[in-house]
Design a protein around this ligand. Structure first.
Ligand code: NAD
Length: 557
């Protein structure tokens, strides 16, 4: 009954390995899914139990074991074990249980996994570039067997989620993010490469941990740091000139500088800045489909002025300029940012970090969010401060006093850091808030009406943008690509979702969303002369054909 059926359309591929070598290669292994013919011809007889099992039946077994694990960290470790044994099955499981499993392989559970990375470590995955090895970087890239790497996710572990400096333990982030690339947009797992750039760590507890696997030195800074990054970028770019490099979870000071330094030299972007910008703009555009207003009409206040705030603000500005043709300055004047010192104003210019300056307002000092809310009368309030409860009842009621449908996005993660809960936002606005958050909140019924809070999850954007730029071999990733991705995503939210205030589509639609974003990004790359291939006649079919589908292929026997 469980026998796998080989459809006439099942691709048949040659395979160079046999026997245990084949079983031990996670990219080729099928475990109990090897057919009788394959077992006979490839030296597998007797090496696997006699039952030949379909992939869907294997998925059921995995989920049964998954549910037996005690606690989320064990669930993460169990799934990573499968990742290391059988990648096709791992991705099949993730795709078929996406809403349940993405919080395990990525936020929030990946945070726990990174904290414990050196303890739960079992088997290597990806590459480690340590400052000690800088003279060998150019040789080290040849140790990686794949010639066609398409996406690299790299971190220096300096700002892992909200957990700070986790040194080499941050490797869990590139691994998790690349799993999302494969699940979300069908990047070929074989062509993905997670990388840890080990610059040391300022986390003394880690340096003293006998199990810690990274370098036990204080973090490099200044020119020493820059030299290592430069050697790294040159080495990977020389070996894989078309690969996309995604910078991930770098501390603020480095994140902006690296993006500025490399965005015109190599195909790269920073998801904490640009991906966050696009997914948040998409949510705002969905909300505006409900209110019927334009983006340029909005007065937007940010609590927090870090990487996420800057990325979101820049993307909104790009959106306003594209939508209504207003100038850069006029668009920036619609945005007010607050840091821990209050409103970011021109008076503070001398002491402001570079990334805060473009949004400094010509205003008298305003000490806190309530004062800014009263003075500015925002229509959109975005929380990227990591300060739980800072969207207080007084602030939200004050905002609702002048704004019929307040757009409220408390984005700080995890849930415990959210600036307010969904329930509070709906309660204090009598159900009028248009709400999305960084971490998920359950739906709420209010006065007989269902209200579904949206989750502003970067996963809606970066896989599709990544698939788009590597598919057309774009020479660079532009801000306009992120704006187009946001617009595409907002356009895919159905009317039925908007009716219940839901500003993002269901994650189960992620592959379809990514196809549309990838097509839109490619269109733009071709229009702007950035694409490195001839334009395919049918872009959508071209993208779909490139997508990895987690089905077993038949091995030619
Ligand atoms: P960051 O450290 O770069 O920025 C935090 C900012 O908050 C800083 O500007 C800091 O000055 C400000 N801040 C601190 N205390 C404050 C206070 N009391 N009042 C006002 N401002 C204060 O961090 P980041 O990368 O910008 O991320 C911020 C938050 O956004 C995190 O919690 C992160 O999880 C969340 N985030 C969510 C998404 C998403 O939902 N898709 C994406 C990225 C980041």
């Amino acid at each position: 009954m469980n026998q796998p059926v080989e459809h006439p359309s099942t691709p048949v591929l040659p395979v160079a390995k046999r026997g245990l070598d084949l079983i031990r290669d996670p990219l080729l292994n099928k475990g109990t899914g090897f057919t009788e013919r394959e077992r006979a011809a490839l030296g597998l007889r007797g090496l696997v139990p006699p039952q030949v099992v379909s992939i869907d039946s294997q998925v059921n077994r995995v989920m049964e074991n998954f549910h037996r694990q005690h606690g989320d960290l064990d669930r993460y470790t169990y799934l990573e074990g499968l990742h290391d044994r059988n990648e096709t099955l791992y991705y099949r499981v993730l795709l078929s249980h996406i809403n349940e499993l993405t919080p395990i392989i990525y936020t929030p559970v990946v945070g726990q996994a990174c904290s414990q990375f050196s303890t739960i470590y079992r088997r290597t995955r990806g590459m480690y570039f340590s400052a000690d090895d800088v003279a060998y970087f150019a040789e080290m890239v040849s140790n990686w067997p794949e010639d066609n790497v398409e996406v690299i996710v790299v971190t220096d572990g300096s700002r892992i989620l909200g957990l700070g400096d986790l040194g080499a333990n941050g490797m869990g982030i590139p691994i998790g993010k690349l799993s999302l690339y494969v699940v979300g947009a069908g990047l070929d797992p074989q062509r993905t490469l997670p990388i840890m750039l080990d610059m040391g760590t300022n986390n003394a507890a880690l340096r003293d941990d006998p199990l810690y696997l990274g370098r036990r030195i204080p973090r490099l800074t200044g020119p020493a740091y820059d030299t290592v990054v430069e050697a790294f970028v040159r080495a990977v770019h020389a070996r894989w000139p078309h690969a996309l490099i995604q910078f991930e979870d770098f501390s603020n000071d480095q994140a902006f500088q690296l993006l500025e330094r490399y965005r015109r030299q190599v195909l790269c972007f920073n998801d904490d800045i640009q991906g966050t910008g696009a997914v948040t703009l998409a949510g705002i555009l969905s909300a505006l489909r409900i209110t019927g207003q334009t983006l340029s009409e909005q007065r937007i206040v940010f609590l927090g002025a870090g990487a996420a705030a800057r990325g979101i603000a820049d993307t909104i500005v790009a959106g306003m300029m594209a939508e209504s043709g207003i100038s850069l300055d006029a668009a920036r004047r619609q945005i007010w940012t607050l840091d821990s010192q209050g409103l970011v104003t021109l008076d503070r210019l001398d002491s402001l970090s570079e990334h805060k300056r473009p949004f400094a307002q010509n205003s008298p000092p305003l000490p806190d969010l309530l004062a800014v809310t009263q003075a500015v009368r925002p229509t959109v309030l975005i929380g990227v401060s990591g300060q739980p409860g800072s969207f207080s009842e007084t602030v939200i009621r004050a905002m609702h006093g002048h704004c019929e449908r307040p757009i409220l996005f408390p984005l700080s993660n995890p849930t415990s850091k959210s600036e307010c809960t969904a329930e509070q936002a709906y309660e204090w606005t009598h159900g009028a808030a248009l709400f999305a958050s960084g971490s998920p909140f359950p739906p709420i019924t209010r006065g007989g009406h269902l209200l579904v809070p949206g989750q502003c999850n970067n996963m809606y954007i970066f896989p599709g943008v990544g698939q788009g730029v590597v598919s057309c071999r774009a020479s660079k990733v532009t801000d306009t690509m992120f704006y187009v991705a946001a617009r595409t995503l907002a356009g895919l939210v159905g009317e039925d979702s908007l009716t219940v205030g839901r500003l993002y589509p269901d994650l189960t639609l992620i592959r379809e969303i990514s196809v549309q974003i990838a097509v839109a990004v490619c269109e733009l790359a071709f229009a702007d002369g950035l694409a490195g291939i001839e334009r395919p006649a049918d872009l959508e079919t071209f993208i779909r054909k490139r997508m990895f589908v987690p089905d077993y292929v038949s091995y030619a026997v």
